[in-house]
Design a protein around this ligand. Sequence first.
Ligand SMILES: *Cc1c(COP(=O)(O)O)cnc(C)c1O
Length: 428
Amino acid sequence: MSETLEQYYQALGISKNVYEFCQAMEKDLAPRFQGFDQVAEYNQLKVIRAMQEHKVSDYHFSDSTGYGYNDSGRDTLEAVYASVFHTEDALVRPHITCGTHALTIALSGNLRPGDELLSPVGKPYDTLEGIIGIRPQKGSLAEYGITYRQVDLLPDGEFDYEGIRNALNPRTKLVTIQRSKGYQPRRTLSVKRIGELIAFIKSIRPDVICMVDNCYGEFVETIEPTDVGADLCVGSLIKNPGGGLAPIGGYIVGKKEYVENAAYRLTAPGLGKEVGASLGVNRSFFQGLFLAPQVVNGALKGAVFAANIYEKLGFECVPDASESRHDIIQAVVFNHPEHVIEFCKGIQAAAPVDSHVTPEPWAMPGYDCDVIMAAGAFISGSSIELSADAPIKPPYSVYFQGGLTWHHAKFGIMMSLQKLAEAGLVTL
Ligand SMILES: *Cc1c(COP(=O)(O)O)cnc(C)c1O
């Protein structure tokens, strides 16, 4: 005899209460989900068109070793990325170890001693503090005589245009704009707003390099920051554009000169993109990019599902249950560490991998407090896979993202709710 869906959820530990609460929520969200489906359809065609344009063939999936000269798969993949992002050039490599590394080479490749870096959107992502030298760190840009200036967003979240105008000076060489909120309580920037900011900056200093940290933003909208004036756009392949299949890597797309400068940092001055064996990752990079629009679609549905559930239970959600989406991150402000820990336990318990382990807060490198991370991922640390993390400090917010499929994301959120309910921290 076959089990019903509800019995399946029950067998996996979901109570009747939680099941019914969540099923009703999913029904209400149908119109929202339809909007996400339209974006995914558009982006799917964008990726297919780029692959067709560059005549992707199965021989592009073979690997290279040693220096990696003339790796046509790698070079074609980069051409495909450049087409998807509508840029002159792209650097997409397994040798870029993570998003922080991609940002580091984009910055250090394009800045010289005496130059100034400006962030007009407040404090950048935590790991960037050491790179820039906001937090003292050996090897930081500050050690190389590159200064940093920051203009915070106004209390209402708007750009401080006057402050930005005053901060721009003849030494300003590069402006870094972080799309996603990271661990900040601010809103994620829409691509349209990023475009407005870039237009303002270029109206004062047309020659300044505008770089966008695009982490978690790829394929959430039908346009990317490079469609609205960004000279460089940077991200991680174990987030959105890797589609869950890329086992490592990062990308930098943009103007040829700036991408080349980054490549000179990744490999060596003069060698740049010419070297770098692909070591068998080409197929997963191509196939991951192909799947990415659909994977991001599932992650977005999960984020909105979570926001609606937790907001209904009285917790503040950022973004809130109804606002438009510009990245795949969902923050839930719990105000108590126990809630955060139970939430993460639920995400872990719903994983296809390592569901039997219990996440604990630990002193992660690059962060200034303990962090708890829940992830049962096929690719270690991949945050396009269903994952949750939280710095254990007030306001005790959990940051939740990913899900290679919508149904897994849904199950993970149901399980988080189950754990909170079992611990007596919420009542349905
Ligand atoms: C994830 C992320 C990064 C880079 O993080 P890695 O863990 O090094 O890949 C940078 N900026 C933002 C906004 C991010 O979300």
